[in-house]
Design a protein around this ligand. Structure first.
Ligand code: TTP
Ligand code: MG
Ligand code: MG
Length: 434
């Protein structure tokens, strides 16, 4: 016993992350693309950004978050494909179903990534290493895709371990190996260390986590405050955070980063319409409706704002989400300051078949829903481009829904503290910085 505390039981955490996820799904769905440089993301001629690059494309230096135009210069023979979010979600659902068979303690970080606490599962399924191996095998059998897995006594180390031998990696860091493992790891691999923190630490002569672990904590605290102490703990392999299971989707959203920034209303309208339609499509596919619409803007100086509005009755209609987003946009400074990132999402979700909620819908809305169901069938047949044109031509429908949105604005309420809540919620959607 140290300081009167009983020793903590050793935990077994697995981190699973799919390899080149979106690109691998595309290669799976069209086997002719296997072995080729596949780049999934925004259109190179429309200021798009790369979402995912197959390992073949990475050999040319292409990576996520790079402008697609740059990717095309680096890899002129690359095969550029649009993002098909609904398809990646389908595959992701199948993966998560497998994961939940081994423990209820599954914390999703993004569509392709999660933590599992299997401390209590070892009695049933064998050692954590064996569980991870089996999960990888079953994912491969079930989806024909490869995952990388890391096993460690905490989340931070498990995440580092899964990244260590990508693709198709399987790495365990045992408690007695932690020190050795961290000795030569670059400090940029620590959670939360971005360019500026990296520079500060380098200025102190600290390049590797081993050096940070050995550095007097007070000196780090002087430079970086509490955050410095947290980093020092990580560098020493200490991370007590629990795996936090999450049940069901809390929000559905779309967002995109642009280079150069979006600078005028026309561009922003197009993007928001596109995104709102995708969100609506996703809601209807999952038989969900949502009532709080949120617009998210990142300005060129990287500050992030969100603005939300709660409709009086929930919706799954892209055009209604779009109209609401257009009312929210002027509550940001996107037009004055430009937008590096623009996104729209919906939260407060419930299942469409919930009778309690369905009462809320009036007959006018049902008529509109009929037209949209027809449009969904067009989408299924001809893809999002066709539906976008159809929506833009549907003047009557737009006008009708505009009325609904207008009425919603008048009767709805602005949720307090929404922006703050959203930010914490978003955190779960994002990957940790590498
Ligand atoms: P990642 O797991 O970060 O990357 P990846 O699966 O493509 O490649 P790997 O894990 O083998 O290094 O992200 C998962 C998916 O999330 C990715 O396929 C596409 C999407 N994504 C973006 O849309 N934008 C981004 O900037 C990143 C990093 C990922
Ligand atoms: Mg991945
Ligand atoms: Mg990931």
């Amino acid at each position: 016993m140290v300081n009167g505390h009983p020793p903590r039981p050793e935990r077994k955490i697995i981190h699973i992350d799919m390899d080149a996820f979106y690109a691998s799904v595309e290669q799976h769905d069209n086997p002719a693309l296997k072995g080729l440089p596949v780049i999934v993301g925004g259109d190179p001629s429309r200021r798009g950004v790369v979402s995912a690059a197959s390992y073949e494309a990475r050999a040319f230096g292409v990576h996520s978050a790079m402008p697609s135009s740059q990717a095309r210069r680096l890899c002129p023979n690359g095969i550029f494909l649009p993002v098909r979010m609904h398809r990646y979600r389908e595959v992701s659902d199948r993966i998560f179903r497998i994961l939940r068979e081994y423990t209820p303690l599954v914390e999703p970080l993004s569509l392709d990534e999660s933590f599992l606490d299997v401390t209590g599962s070892e009695k049933l399924f064998g050692p954590a290493l064996q569980i991870a191996r089996e999960i990888k095998r079953r994912i491969r059998e079930n989806t024909d895709l490869t995952a990388s897995a890391g096993i460690a006594p905490n989340k931070f180390l498990a995440k580092i371990a899964s990244d260590y031998r990508k693709p198709d990696g399987l790495v365990e860091i045992k408690p007695e190996e932690v020190r050795n493992f961290l000795r030569d790891l670059p400090i940029a691999k620590l959670w939360g260390v971005g360019k500026s923190t990296e520079e500060i630490l380098k200025g102190m002569g600290i390049l590797k986590t081993g050096q940070l672990a050995a550095f007097p904590a007070e000196k780090i605290e002087k430079k970086l405050g509490n955050f410095g102490l947290e980093l020092t703990a990580l560098a020493r392999g200490e991370d007590d955070r629990a795996v936090q299971p999450e049940s069901g989707a809390k929000s559905i959203s779309q967002e995109e980063t642009f280079t150069p920034d979006l600078e005028n209303l026309e561009q922003m309208k197009k993007v928001l319409l596109d995104q709102a339609e995708q969100v609506g499509w996703e809601l209807r596919k999952q038989k969900l409706k949502g009532s709080t619409v949120t617009v998210k803007v990142r300005y060129p100086d990287f500050t992030l704002v969100t603005r939300s509005f709660t409709l009086p009755s929930p919706t799954d209609q892209g055009i209604e989400i779009y109209r609401t987003a257009m009312k929210l946009l002027p509550r940001t400074e996107a037009l004055q300051r430009r937008a590096r990132l623009l996104g729209v999402g919906i939260s407060n979700l419930f299942h469409r078949d919930d009778p309690e909620q369905y009462r809320l819908f009036d007959s006018g809305r049902k008529k509109v829903e009929g037209s949209v169901q027809a449009m969904d069938r067009i989408w299924e047949k001809f893809g999002p481009e066709a539906i976008k044109r159809a929506t833009l031509m549907e003047k009557n429908l737009t006008a009708e829904l505009a009325e609904h949105a207008e009425a919603g604005m008048a009767k709805g309420s602005w949720p307090r503290g929404q922006a703050k809540k959203r930010r914490t919620e978003r955190k779960k959607d994002f990957d940790f910085p590498k």
